[in-house]
Design a protein around this ligand. Structure first.
Ligand SMILES: C[S@@+](CC[C@H](N)C(=O)[O-])C[C@H]1O[C@@H](n2cnc3c(N)ncnc32)[C@H](O)[C@@H]1O
Length: 207
């Protein structure tokens, strides 16, 4: 965790960016919408926790048969997600919560999903450990994440830019999230590269 990271800072950054978030992301969203849809086809039903719901871009992919609880640390992002949910008539339960300290009992969920979230969580391994705890044994973790490239030059550039992106938009671009998922005690089932080796889909199981 860098000196710039604390829950308060992350929350403030996302509260500040909330009114422009969808516009800022609109170019990337042209590709991301398909990645989101594909990821959510893996979820059929059961109790699902969506972490870092943001403005609610995944709401339209929530399966009708699943009971989805969606959390975020930033109230202004949640307000936007709530507006989307109201417009869509979505039954999602939206709650303000920190993935690093969840109030849910052990084994509460069948699936946990997060898209582009662990780049901004101050201590990703702690957050992922919490997800492992609240998932039932055998429960699934599905992530879309941008991570540090293995390519020598891109790696250098990403490491150099990381403090700037973290300060400006709260996103670390040099995280090694596949390793964090493993360090948190999950078993990795599948990792797929979606854009270069930077955007990945990670599929893991809680022991
Ligand atoms: C880059 S946005 C992604 C939003 C959404 N998942 C998407 O795909 O558009 C990251 C989100 O994670 C949330 N977040 C960051 N740290 C968090 C934490 N510790 N607990 C819960 N949410 C967090 C931020 O407030 C923000 O809404």
């Amino acid at each position: 965790m860098s000196a710039d990271d604390s829950n308060e800072r992350v929350q403030r950054r996302y509260d500040r960016v909330a009114p422009f978030y969808d516009t800022l992301e609109s170019i990337m969203e042209r590709r991301a919408a398909k990645w989101r849809r594909d990821l959510w086809t893996e979820v059929i039903d059961g109790d699902v926790l969506e972490v870092g719901v943001g403005t609610g871009k995944n709401l339209r992919f929530h399966p009708a048969r699943a009971r989805v609880t969606a959390i975020d640390i930033a109230p202004k992002m949640l307000e936007r997600a709530q507006r989307r949910a109201d417009l869509k008539g979505s039954p999602v339960m939206l709650e303000r919560a920190d993935v690093q300290a969840l109030r849910y009992p052990d084994g509460s969920f069948d699936v946990a999903v997060a898209t582009f979230v662990f780049c901004s969580v101050p201590d990703p391994v702690l957050g992922l450990r919490e997800l492992r705890r609240v998932l039932r044994p055998g429960g699934r973790l599905l992530l879309l994440e941008h991570v540090l490239s293995e390519g020598r030059w891109l790696r250098k550039i990403m490491r150099g830019l990381d403090p700037i992106t973290a300060r400006l938009v709260g996103a670390h671009i040099a995280r090694e999230t596949v390793a964090s998922v493993r360090d948190a005690g999950f078993t990795i089932r599948d990792v797929r590269d979606l854009a270069l080796d930077v955007v990945k889909r990670i599929d893991a199981v809680a022991p």
